[in-house]
Design a binder for this molecule. Structure first.
Ligand SMILES: Nc1nc2c(ncn2[C@@H]2O[C@H](COP(=O)(O)OP(=O)(O)OP(=O)(O)O)[C@@H](O)[C@H]2O)c(=O)[nH]1
Ligand SMILES: [Mg+2]
Length: 297
């Protein structure tokens, strides 16, 4: 392969199958947040794989799930459009269970994509032998004509080289889209918001993870320019959620702050002074103005 190849590969599928984990593993850096809660990814995130004679731009998309909110519908549309516009679609499924209604619906949408496709069967590490994976591969391959089916483990790095080789076979000749030092397309403020939200997802349960949005209100150098001052607001939909997130005497919020601060310091490469506030914004997930203000468009 002597010519330079480049293009966009969209990772699509229902929530929680491991799309973001795959993007991080392929890029070799943690750029997209991960959690066991559905709707972890709420925006399109580009992750860039660089090589001497290629550049692959991975498009991490929100999971295609059933949702009753405007946010959910917007995420669905976003993921669908990204998949349709890519140079290749990787339809990601989860081999810890058999296909669900959501897998079938997602498969139906992407059956219509005209670009090359591949079916990525993730989480094979949960099975102790290859034979045990086979019935799952069989069941998922019946969802539609997705070309090859590739069993992988994003977490353990199984068969990711094969996935990469497949992308390079398919992508057209082209030019690099990003400079060599770029591995993602998020600005610093958005990365900070995402890292805070990741810790919220890890620390909360039931409906709360879905109801939280994070907005950095201020981010600037302090009197000591080596310290970044960050003030972030955690928006929730109801007062009961606000009380849970703050915790008894502010315990929960304090814990959250101490979990996230070292992560922000690593990300920004310096000390961070972090202020977290919780505010109620009733029904923000159904309000177009708020979705826009929070960057979910
Ligand atoms: N055992 C195992 N777990 C995995 C693997 N890949 C991802 N997971 C787990 O699956 C869960 C979901 O991972 P994500 O990468 O956030 O899934 P996603 O498809 O991006 O989810 P949404 O953004 O909500 O659509 C997390 O708990 C991951 O740790 C894998 O290869 N093996
Ligand atoms: Mg994700």
């Amino acid at each position: 392969m002597s010519e330079f190849r480049s293009g966009f590969v969209a990772l699509v599928g229902k929530p929680n199958v491991g799309k973001s984990t795959l993007v991080n593993a392929l890029v070799g850096k943690s750029i997209s947040i991960i959690s066991s809660k559905p709707e972890t990814t709420r925006r399109r995130i580009l992750g860039v794989m660089h090589g001497e004679n290629y550049q692959v731009v991975l498009v991490d998309t929100p999971g295609l799930g059933s949702s009753h909110t405007l946010l959910g519908r917007k995420l669905r549309d976003m993921a669908t459009n990204e998949g349709m516009e890519a140079d290749m679609v990787a339809f990601v499924v989860d081999t810890t269970h058999y296909p669900t209604k959501e897998d079938r619906e997602a498969a139906e949408i992407f059956a219509k994509a005209t670009c090359p496709k591949v079916l990525i069967a993730n989480k094979v590490d949960v099975h102790d032998t290859a034979e045990k994976v086979l019935p799952y591969l069989q069941a998922y391959s019946e969802l539609g004509d997705f070309g090859d089916i590739l069993p992988v483990s994003a977490q353990k790095g199984v068969n990711l080289d094969k996935f990469k080789a497949r992308m390079l076979e398919v992508l057209p000749e082209g030019v690099p889209f990003f400079p060599p030092e770029s591995v993602h397309d998020l600005d610093k403020r958005t990365r900070v918001e995402e890292l805070i939200r990741e810790q919220v997802l890890l620390s909360t349960r039931q409906e709360l993870p879905h109801a939280v949005a994070v907005q950095v209100e201020d981010m600037k150098p302090g009197d000591n320019p080596e310290v970044t001052l960050i003030r972030a607001i955690l928006y929730v939909e109801r007062d009961s959620q606000r009380r849970i997130l703050i915790g008894k005497k502010g315990d929960m919020l304090k814990k959250l702050g101490s979990q996230v601060r070292p992560l922000l310091e690593k990300e920004l490469g310096g000390r961070v002074f972090l202020e977290l506030w919780v505010k109620v914004k009733e029904g923000w997930r159904d309000r177009p103005d708020w979705l826009r203000a929070l960057g979910y468009e």
